[in-house]
Design a protein around this ligand. Structure first.
Ligand code: HEM
Ligand code: HEM
Ligand SMILES: [Fe+2]
Length: 469
């Protein structure tokens, strides 16, 4: 079944595309500044560009998760959203807080706590906004006809993500305390509860795209949730090695964070296996690319490249260098950006009624952005290793090292250009789909099954050929 209120999701996805575009612009400002083209320095110094780049990333991903929830929860709970009007109020207020924060960064230097630079006054507005969002989602879920594991895991992830925002709002005079609790937000988000959000979206997409039984898919989801909590909670210790807390964290952080890749490995195996098992030839291949792609690239970016610097023996040298940026880019891209682009790719044809499943733009968008991002990761990696060697082994001055490695940023900008062409094609496709329509959602309601095995192949095929004719 499809529900008219799922339309709300479209506008969240639209805001997502807008904020992603802005994020990329600030990425280029930094990339060029690193090569020496820093003409914007007086207006947008590097630290401002960095804060805007990373905060926009967090905001567009959260916007995407919210869109995903507004799309998925009605379908899973089998009822309309409790209030469409309030969902739009939430969307607009989210956009306003986002704009205020971004504009503000250019005039004030507010916080300086990486990723959480939003000033605490605006934090309160964020809290109200998120409470409204969660209220709508929870009310819809609990008034709904069914509470699926997929919907519960997604919602649990969203609720915990909101709760974990609170430790980041407390004021500490001690740098150590401040750092200690900052990681409760930053680490426990990306290596904890956001993984539940990712797992929930992944599970929904696999049910729809592969036609494998819901029971089978949701069993895997339990395993992923289990592995995430087992490793991710105490894994926080990999940020406590040298910040002034008890030495026990060297051992705890080392051991548990070394286990974290298992959850990402499980997700990759999960997605690939379900794809192999699935018999349903869903026409939306592009959505399938992004879905399987997210599970694999997240394992490489988060699992493997995270592991590369997670033991105290290596982290002692790599901490806070471009090695971190290398991992940060591919991990965020693979796990969270790609899963958001996957749900958008899946939802668009259903929301707009235009079944342009297999455009060559769509495929190009996937390959160019992924190859571009892998190139960027390599550029950051090479720069990072050179930086570690020169700065931490050879004891060269920080700024001299930055000069030495600037050539790698030329490579970065070239790869980033390829990445950006890919994203531009994705956004071009997004716009080409046109606006969502009530008819599309009504028409859909009789040919989508909620995860039962595959007797709708003929319908899906019919819908497909009807469109191509
Ligand atoms: C999708 C999941 C992940 C994302 C999005 C992610 C992203 C990031 C980002 C952005 C940073 C820099 C944070 C900061 O300095 O404020 C970071 C740091 C770090 N990450 Fe991850 N990460 C993920 C998973 C992992 C995993 C699974 C591991 C370990 C196996 C790991 C190991 C590390 C370590 C050790 C650092 C600290 C680097 C340093 O000392 O500078 N990450 N991560
Ligand atoms: C075309 C695009 C992009 C360019 C040129 C770019 C460039 C950069 C640069 C130069 C930095 C600062 C590194 C430093 O401290 O010197 C940075 C930071 C960062 N960017 Fe990007 N970026 C781009 C796109 C993205 C995308 C799409 C993502 C996420 C999916 C992302 C995630 C991050 C993160 C997480 C950091 C902080 C890393 C850390 O904490 O060390 N960037 N970016
Ligand atoms: Fe972490």
């Amino acid at each position: 079944m499809k529900y008219k209120s799922q339309k709300v999701a479209y506008w969240f996805f639209g805001l997502c595309m807008l904020l992603l575009t802005l994020q990329i612009i600030y990425g280029f400002i930094m990339g060029f500044a690193r090569i020496g083209f820093d003409g914007l320095h007086d207006f947008i110094p590097f630290n401002t560009a960095r804060a805007v780049h990373t905060n926009l990333l967090v905001v567009w991903l959260l916007t995407g998760f919210m869109g995903a929830a507004y799309y998925i929860i009605p379908e899973e709970a089998q009822r309309e959203l409790v209030s469409v009007k309030l969902a739009y109020v939430q969307l607009i207020s989210l956009a306003l807080v986002g704009v205020a924060a971004v504009v503000g960064y250019h005039f004030n230097h507010w916080e300086g706590r990486k990723f959480l630079e939003i000033p605490r006054e605006l934090d309160y507005l964020v809290v109200v906004n998120v409470l409204l969002f969660l209220g709508l989602i929870l009310a819809t879920l609990f008034k709904g006809k069914q509470k699926t594991t997929t919907a519960m895991v997604l919602t649990m992830g969203l609720v915990f993500a909101a709760l974990l925002y609170i430790p980041g709002m407390i004021w500490f005079d001690s740098q150590v305390m401040d750092s200690f609790f900052r990681w409760w937000v930053v680490h426990l988000w990306v290596e904890g509860v956001w993984e539940l959000i990712m797992g929930g979206i992944l599970s929904f997409l696999l049910i729809k795209l592969t036609g494998v039984d819901r029971e089978v898919i949701e069993k895997w989801l339990y395993v992923i949730v289990g592995l995430t909590f087992l490793s991710g909670l105490l894994g926080t210790g990999h940020h406590y090695y040298f910040i002034g807390v008890n030495k026990i964290w060297l051992v705890v952080g080392g051991i548990f964070s070394a286990l974290e890749p298992l959850a990402f490995l499980a997700m990759a195996l999960f997605a690939v296996n379900m794809y192999r098992k699935g018999e349903k030839s869903h026409p939306n291949k592009i959505a399938l690319y992004w879905t399987i792609g997210a599970s694999i690239v997240s394992f490489i970016g988060a699992g493997l490249l995270g592991f590369a610097h997670t033991l105290p023996q290596t982290n002692l040298y790599t901490h806070g260098t471009l090695v971190t940026a290398m991992h940060g880019h591919l991990a965020f891209w693979g796990a969270y950006a790609m899963i958001v682009l996957a749900i958008i790719s899946y939802a668009l044809p259903n929301l707009t009624g235009r079944k342009r499943y297999d455009s060559s733009h769509g495929r190009m968008a996937f390959w160019l952005s992924n190859i571009g991002m892998i190139g960027m990761t390599v550029a950051f990696g090479v720069a990072g290793v050179a930086q570690v060697y020169l700065e931490r082994k050879m004891k060269m001055d920080f700024m001299d090292v930055q000069n030495e490695i600037s050539i790698h940023f030329v490579v970065l900008v070239i790869c980033a250009t390829m990445f950006t062409v890919g994203i531009s094609l994705f956004i071009y496709d997004f716009i080409k789909y046109g606006k969502p329509s009530d008819e599309a959602l009504e028409e859909k309601s009789n040919n989508v099954l909620s995860g039962k095995r595959i007797n709708n192949i003929p319908t899906a095929k019919a819908a497909y050929s009807e469109e191509t004719n």
